[in-house]
Ligand binder design. Structure first.
Ligand code: XUL
Ligand code: CO
Length: 435
């Protein structure tokens, strides 16, 4: 039985197509910089948004029409959702998916019942992965919905909750490993605080590091070879989250000797909530060789929260794909649509429009980024801006072969420096030549 029987597999029809159910730019087998688009993008569907997001907001109930779902929180309903999700992935040529343990299977009356539920649904996920060739980009544990985690999981003040969180992550790692997951994500929405009056920050961070070290030990024990990802976000639902941005995460990982096992999963709307551009967050991660994966979405300039909208901004997707190409493509990561439709877009077909738009926005970003790189003027301008460091006194600085004394002597004996223009507007015009 088909859940989307009126919708055919979405085809690439090219930029001139007027068909809203066709790709205008995402052409999976088209080669860009020596790789197919499919290899470069590694698009993933997010189980929580596609299958479980009823489109509620703090002021109103869900609006999403999901005729395939009886709305019950039973194991049978969870099992029945799996083929619907894989039909969706197939019809959109999404090669990967991501899930939280509790999106795919219901919490039971006890932890061991929850684990059994997860095993049962994992059987089904495995079956459909084998049938369709779809792959798990990453798995994760939901440590933020249940009231037990209201004060944190790995940073809770209660050791009993901490143990429960560890048990839940252990199980989610096992299932991710069993399903051939390429990575495992930690997003710490409750790992932070509401007020410092009741929070021992140092103790909580030590506990978080302990938690991660134990996860690393366990990953080695079960032979899980994929990276762990930390997904930075500054706030929401906590007032302050410890993994607030790329720099904070990297500093934490270095402080606690965890860098070897972790990369970052950077989300566009989290970057902007942190007061950074996505390009900034990606660049900080890349500089540390820690850009693992991307949660693809966008925020809204007029709304101050995590709106998780589908990416449509070509400037933004171009900047992101410039970073991805610079890094030589993803290793284990990809572009996961951690994005939801607006509450007003409640029809099943809106799920398709939303993903088609996101995939096309990224495909355009990719083609534009590749053209900018091929043209070479942007890279040349960047290179030239630092050319005084290529020889003479500048080269000595970069080689570590000079001192304050020598630099003083140089400054005293040379004319007043005349710094060259940054040419921002000219470079903005250059980018616009390609957009
Ligand atoms: C929440 C968010 C999460 C993570 C996975 O803002 O982005 O869905 O991606 O837990
Ligand atoms: Co996310």
């Amino acid at each position: 039985m088909s859940a989307f029987k009126d919708i055919q597999t979405i085809q690439y029809e090219g930029p001139k197509s007027k068909n809203p159910l066709a790709f205008k730019h995402y052409n999976p087998d088209e080669v860009v910089e020596g790789k197919t688009m499919r290899e470069l993008m590694r698009f993933a569907g997010a189980y929580w948004h596609v299958m479980r997001n009823e489109l509620a907001d703090p002021f109103g109930q869900g609006t999403a029409d999901m005729p395939w779902d009886d709305g019950k929180n039973t194991l049978q309903t969870a099992v029945d959702r799996v083929p619907v999700f894989f039909e969706f992935l197939e019809k959109l040529s999404l090669d990967y998916y991501c899930f939280h343990d509790r999106d795919v299977s219901p919490e039971g009356a006890t932890l061991s019942e929850s684990n059994k539920n997860l095993d049962r649904v994992a059987d089904e996920l495995e079956k459909f992965q084998n049938q369709t060739g779809k792959k798990l980009l990453w798995g994760t544990a939901c440590l933020f919905i249940d009231p037990r985690y209201s004060q944190g999981g790995a940073t809770t003040p209660d050791a009993n909750v901490y143990a429960y969180a560890a048990a839940q992550v252990k199980k989610a790692m096992e299932v991710t490993h069993r399903l051939g997951g390429l990575g495992y994500t930690f997003w710490g929405g409750r790992e932070g605080y509401s007020t410092l009056m009741n929070t021992d920050m140092k103790r909580e961070l030590d506990h978080l590091a302990r938690f991660f070290h134990m996860a690393v030990d366990y990953k080695k024990e079960i032979g899980f070879e994929g990276p762990f990802y930390i997904e930075p976000k500054p706030r929401e639902p906590s007032t302050h989250q410890y993994d607030s941005d790329s720099a904070a995460c990297l500093n934490f990982l270095r402080e606690y000797d965890l860098t070897e096992h972790f990369k970052l999963n950077i989300e566009t709307n989290h970057a902007t909530l942190a007061g950074h551009t996505m390009q900034h967050e990606l660049t900080v991660a890349m500089n540390a060789d820690a850009l693992g994966s991307i949660d693809a979405n966008r925020g809204d300039e007029l709304i101050g929260w995590d709106t998780d909208q589908f990416p449509t901004d070509i400037y933004q997707t171009t900047e992101i794909m410039l970073c991805v190409l610079k890094m030589g493509g993803f290793q284990t990561g990809g572009l996961n649509f951690d994005a939801k439709r607006r509450r007003e877009s409640h029809d099943p077909i809106d799920l398709f429009y939303a993903h088609i738009g996101g995939m096309d926005a990224f495909a355009r970003g990719l083609k534009i980024a590749a053209a900018i790189r091929e043209d070479g003027r942007l890279a040349e301008a960047l290179q030239n801006r630092y050319s005084t460091f290529d020889s003479g006194i500048g080269a000595k600085v970069e080689e570590g072969n000079t001192s304050f004394k020598e630099l003083e002597e140089y400054a005293l004996n040379n004319p007043e420096p005349k710094v060259a223009s940054g040419r921002q507007e000219m470079l903005e015009n250059l980018i616009n030549e390609f957009i």
